[in-house]
Design a binder for this molecule. Structure first.
Ligand code: FES
Length: 145
């Protein structure tokens, strides 16, 4: 398989974008439409972690042109595919240009969202610890054999 011509990264795993819309549904619809156009070998749709633009989501970015779109909703996906991915046209009404400095604007989220963020980070720490323990077990078994 040749290298992809475009990558689309959607923040599906950051702690805030999923409270601005439905990034997983955006991902699913992008994948389906790109596949329907027979472009799976040219355009890669990827889930991504936080893109560090929290509070402006759901956020996605298209490379290699580095065009960012913010506040994307599921109903915008067909337009992104038709105008941008198929025809190279930037959709100005969705375009997100990061201001200089700290681009996270998360103070407006309710306390429940911040609690979700904290719980998510705790789960990620536990996962990393479990991974380390698993690797240590594998290495110990390999050394014993
Ligand atoms: S949570 Fe999506 S950009 Fe940070």
């Amino acid at each position: 398989m040749a290298q992809f011509e475009k990558h689309v990264f959607i923040c599906t795993q950051g702690p805030y974008c999923e409270f601005d819309g439905d990034p997983t549904a955006i991902f699913d619809r992008l994948k389906r439409l790109v596949g329907a156009h027979g472009l799976n070998e040219k355009i890669r749709i990827n889930k991504a972690g936080c893109l560090n633009q929290c509070g402006h989501g759901p956020m996605l970015v298209v490379y290699p042109e580095a065009t960012w779109y913010g506040n994307v909703q599921v109903d915008d996906v067909e337009e992104i595919v038709d105008r941008h991915l198929l025809n190279g046209e930037v959709i100005e009404r969705l375009r997100y240009i990061a201001p200089p400095g700290n681009n996270k604007h998360v103070d407006h989220y309710p306390a429940e969202v911040r609690a979700f963020k904290d719980a998510t980070e705790e789960m990620q720490k536990k996962r990393a610890a479990l991974r380390q323990a698993t690797l240590a077990q594998i290495q110990a078994r390999a050394q014993a054999e």
